[in-house]
Write a protein of this length. Structure first.
Length: 341
């Protein structure tokens, strides 16, 4: 039976083979289910317990990846646009330090700013978001105005932000934060923030001009410029949004820990990039969805929680995570070759 070059089976009313392919998100979700099933089976054989039946374990797992998820939503947009952001983890640390210093209570005798204690929760929250926004704007302006590769520009901001976080209190942690500020990171609030952010930007990317411009620039920057899109302006906006979300992640991180530390957010940028790539976002730009990134975040969470559940040493988690990232990138390259052919 002949198959035409249009991908249809050569018979009357031929059916397109593409109709039988699952959507990308469905395939990624199938991977999530497979990984969870593997840990469930291993749990019964090695530990004698169920991995999935423990609700507390699943809640802790989601809480652990919620901050990475917030960052990953912003990183996904940057990658779709054809960029990269290595600064988000350091921005989390800087934001956590600044917001925590403004959330201290007067009961603490060594407050960073003794005259700025017992402030309303909204003050450290807004200041933290502004710090993240400023870092994102810096990334965007440097890349747009100097044509420096995003890898180098964001690497510079990563080092600078981490240094500022250490300089802010000369490496000393910030403690004694107000109860109202701590509520931002209490209970399932971080999860709700993550899901709310993901839902919002899923809608924005799918149904607004902002989303159309982001995909258009990532697919073909020259064509986007010729079609009338102000590429440099939009680039700055997307990096600013990602910085704002990193700032939000920093606020949530410090609120969960009820402290600010310069070492917070270490390697978060790589986990966020990994979640986006695992979720189907192409490193070549122009392809990806927030829903896929959410599933990618959950896959990372299941792997981390599963290894902890099986009492396997933490360094094996990094090895497996690295393998997953490489496999995801290889799959992306294979997908890109099929699209071009």
């Amino acid at each position: 039976m002949a198959i035409s070059n249009t991908g249809q089976i050569g018979k009357p009313g031929g059916l397109s083979l593409a109709k039988f392919r699952l959507p990308a998100e469905a395939r990624i979700f199938a991977v999530l289910l497979a990984v969870a099933a593997i840990f469930e089976i291993l749990g019964w054989f090695l530990v004698g317990q169920s991995f999935l039946a423990n609700k507390d374990r699943l809640l802790v797992m989601i809480l652990q990846v919620s901050v990475i998820g917030i960052i990953a939503v912003g990183v996904t947009q940057i990658i779709i646009m054809g960029g990269i952001d290595l600064s988000s983890g350091s921005v989390v640390a800087l934001t956590a330090m600044v917001s925590a210093s403004l959330a201290q209570t007067s009961e603490f005798g060594r407050a960073v700013f003794p005259s700025l204690t017992d402030l309303p929760m909204v003050v450290p929250l807004v200041c933290g978001l502004l710090v993240g926004l400023a870092c994102g704007l810096l990334n965007g302006f440097v890349i747009a105005k100097t044509a420096i590769p995003p890898f180098i520009a964001t690497l510079g901001v990563m080092v600078t932000a981490r240094g500022l976080a250490k300089w802010y209190t000369e490496g000393e942690p910030i403690s004694m934060l107000s109860d109202s500020y701590a509520e931002i990171g209490s209970g399932i609030t971080p999860v709700l923030i993550f899901l709310g952010v993901a839902a919002l930007f899923h809608i924005i990317l799918s149904y607004t001009r902002y989303g159309k411009y982001t995909y258009a620039i990532g697919a073909n920057r020259s064509a986007a410029r010729v079609s009338g899109i102000n590429v440099n302006k939009h680039l700055v906006v997307v990096y600013a949004v990602a910085g704002l979300l990193s700032g939000l992640a920093g606020v949530v991180t410090s609120a969960r820990a009820v402290s600010g530390q310069a070492g917070m957010g270490m390697m978060y940028e790589l986990d966020a990039i990994a979640a986006a790539v695992i979720g189907g976002t192409s490193l070549n730009g122009g392809l990806g969805k927030i829903t896929g990134t959410v599933i990618g975040v959950l896959i990372l969470g299941v792997v981390t929680s599963g290894f902890t559940f099986l009492r396997i040493d933490a360094y094996y988690q990094e090895i497996v995570k690295g393998v997953i990232i490489v496999v995801a990138v290889v799959a992306d390259q294979y997908r890109q070759r099929n699209r071009r052919s």
